[in-house]
Design a protein. Sequence first.
Length: 273
Amino acid sequence: MAKKGRSALFKRLLEQTAIVERCGSDATVGDAFDSAFRVLQIAGLRDEYIYRAAVTQKILMGKHSLRTASMLNEFRVGSCKADLVILNGTATVYEIKSERDSLARLVNQIENYIRVFATVNVIVSENHVESVRRVVPDEVGILCLSRRYQISVVRDALDCPERICPVTVFESLRSAEAAAILKALGVVVPHLPNTQRHGAMREQFADLDRVALHREFVRTLKQTRNLAPLSDLVDQLPASLHAAALSIPVRRADHGRLVEAVATPLGAAMAWV
């Protein structure tokens, strides 16, 4: 939709569902997305996107804003990828375990996350709460997405920047971000060939104070992964698409085309090819 202002795939997917019948005669493409979202919100049907949207709407945009906080999607941490990370005064990771997910990998994921983020949360369905409580450390927070699509705190997470592992943090960063953090902490970045520079910077990170590193990690990534330029786009899209708009890269030049496509009457969209 962003590239062409239309989507034949959207049309085909609508034809395979009952979404059109759920929408009024004056419905738009955005209304169809909202209708599909309401179906997926039903407990038992909820997948990862519904949980991602809940954290986006109720925490990132509900408690913070795109101008004061940033969000990282699928952020690499050791052998894992963190579902969502919100950077505000600290770095908080949210691992999603929907009713469709297994908990088999959770212990390993948590072991990786506590090496990079000061605050670690697991957000789960009601049927996973007790199982998660049994396997994660007491310092890890547990949030529950209720059947009414509300997030409740089962257990508060502890904020512990002093436990992070500087080397693991380094391995999660882009080279330019790592260099910016070293510079901010008064460490001279070595002028070496790329093949040697990575190892040298890794050694420098190993010597950093953990709390100071975490502070600069948050400050630097809030700048390099800034979401403020997307605030206008998000404001023009239905709530069901906010999480997608903040996680799927769309060129700024294509924002207007995407907004127009979402505002297209549903009848006209059913003729898209």
